[in-house]
Design a protein around this ligand. Structure first.
Ligand code: BG6
Length: 484
């Protein structure tokens, strides 16, 4: 396959939290894959920085092991691994003190792209940003990358934005939502704005409703302490599902450019109406004979944090007024499956005698694990005996249609890090976008608290609590089945 990737310039990338879980699992193995794809120009350096006292050789060994554990098939090529780790450095740095900063200053080059990845707790963002400036390590061209969670409500997100803004311009800040780095999520924009077919129908005249499901089979075991302070609303809806909603609902940007795209997404979030309490369902997975309950995983027998949420919302603008958007996400569900379903309205009148059924077209877009699209269309049932109609899917599994070219194993993180080096912010969230998303989710979370809402229990391996099904049933609609 001919590489169509845009080359990157030589860079110095500093990873604060360079010994942490995310760095070892995702960031470094991802960078190694980019190295294998010739996306790491000779002379580029990755500098791990963390509290742990170790030297560059110790760090190289740590990353060799991380690549062996998390690097997938590529991790077998010993020679390449050696060439890659030779580009790694390590400096012990005290985020709250002065240790290590002079050394970092001496190492960083200003004549190449330099970027600083804050893979640390948000409470350290301010300390790092301040020291990068006071020690003259970052300049006006440097880039900073920050991870989710970006705050836990509007107030904390505003405070983080203000902290970063003291030292960096918005054009230097890259807020990661790894869903935007997924191939399939970007494909949503290609499907919508690269085809004539869909856009004329993409509005309240033709669309009955839209469903967005991100279902997971994993639980929260191991991450209970973080997750219990967060819950599905903060962990998934405020960011990942909101981004999917934006890409599905936004107007066409005038061009595929960072601010043009983010302006349109922001308008969607700002047009979201408040959700009525009876339009939102929270759930918690129950124990079964083989597997502990959410409360066991969270180690809090009285936890009221949700591991599942389903809600119905509306967007108050001319395109979407009156069209319900149903969102749901949860852990320990029956399959790992993320999909978007666009259900078009029934045909207004059937010309075929005896055809009682109201036919409707349904566009299903699968995001993961398998990427594909189906369009349900109505045709004549083959054979004699008059005009009997049936609904069949026009199926487009991209791997079948595109062959090996469809198998892009690029991980969301590596794609996004390369965009940082290229200076392309299109797939990163802007500060106002994140704040608008919290402004919409905060009242929902506060509402639960005020009402003493208790999540409904659901069986592991199910589609979530019964009430989530009712959310649609009582409006004469039903969820698309969760299946791989
Ligand atoms: C993360 C959440 O942001 O996304 C996790 O914190 C979740 O709880 C994960 O499991 C899902 O990502 P993916 O790429 O596996 O769909």
């Amino acid at each position: 396959m001919v590489s169509r990737v845009i080359p990157v310039e030589e860079f110095d990338l500093v990873i604060f939290g360079g010994t942490g879980d995310l760095a070892r699992r995702k960031i470094l193995p991802g960078l190694f894959r980019r190295f294998l794809s010739n996306q790491m120009p000779a002379g580029s350096r990755i500098i791990g920085a963390a509290r742990t006292d170790m030297d560059s050789d110790g760090y190289r060994q740590m990353i060799r092991e991380a690549i062996a554990e998390f690097g997938g098939d590529e991790s077998k090529d010993k020679e390449c691994i050696e060439k890659f780790v030779a580009q790694l450095h390590y400096i012990p740095v005290d985020a709250k003190g002065t240790g290590g900063w002079e050394e970092l200053h001496d190492l960083i080059r200003f004549e190449v792209v330099n970027a600083f990845y804050f893979s640390v707790a948000p409470s350290l963002f301010g300390d790092l940003a301040e020291r990068l400036h006071s020690f003259k390590i970052a300049d006006d061209d440097s880039r900073v990358v920050v991870e989710k969670p970006f705050g836990r409500d509007l107030e904390t997100a505003k405070a983080l934005n203000a902290t970063l803004a003291e030292h960096f311009d918005e054009s230097q800040i890259y807020r990661i939502d790894h869903y935007l780095g997924k191939e399939t999520v970007q494909n949503l924009m290609a499907v919508r704005f690269g085809n004539m077919l869909f856009e004329p129908l993409w509005n309240n005249h033709y669309v009955d409703h839209i469903q967005i499901t991100v279902a997971e089979t994993v639980g929260v075991g191991g991450r209970g302490a973080y997750y219990d302070q967060s819950g599905a609303m903060r962990d998934m809806v405020q960011n990942h599902l909101m981004q999917l909603l934006c890409l599905i609902a936004m107007e066409s940007p005038s061009m595929f450019d960072a601010d043009a795209v983010r302006d349109e997404k922001l308008k969607v979030i700002r047009a979201l109406q408040a959700v009525e309490p009876h339009h939102i369902v929270r759930g918690q997975y129950d124990a079964n004979k083989d597997s502990p309950s959410y409360r066991d995983d969270a180690e809090d027998p009285r936890s009221h944090t949700e591991s599942f949420v389903a809600l119905r919302c509306e967007i108050a603008n001319w395109r979407w007024a009156g069209v319900p958007f149903y969102l749901r996400t949860g852990k320990k569900l029956k399959a790992r499956s993320s999909e978007i379903i666009v259900v078009f309205k029934d045909i207004g009148h059937s010309i075929f005698p005896g055809d009682e059924k109201r036919h409707r077209n349904i566009l299903s877009i699968q995001l993961q694990p398998n990427e594909g699209m189906q369009l349900q269309v109505t045709i004549k049932e083959p054979g004699p005996g008059g005009m009997r109609l049936i609904d069949v899917p026009l199926d487009m599994t991209f791997a079948e249609a595109l062959g090996p070219d469809a198998e892009d194993s690029t991980d969301a993180y590596e794609r996004l890090i390369m965009d940082v080096i290229r200076g392309n912010q299109t797939l990163f969230m802007r500060g106002d976008e994140v704040e608008a998303a919290w402004a919409w989710t905060d009242p929902l979370i506060e509402g639960w608290k005020a009402r003493g809402d208790v999540p409904k229990l659901y069986d592991q391996g199910s589609s979530g609590p019964e009430d989530a099904l009712m959310l649609m049933h009582r409006e004469g609609r039903r969820w698309h089945e969760i299946k791989e």
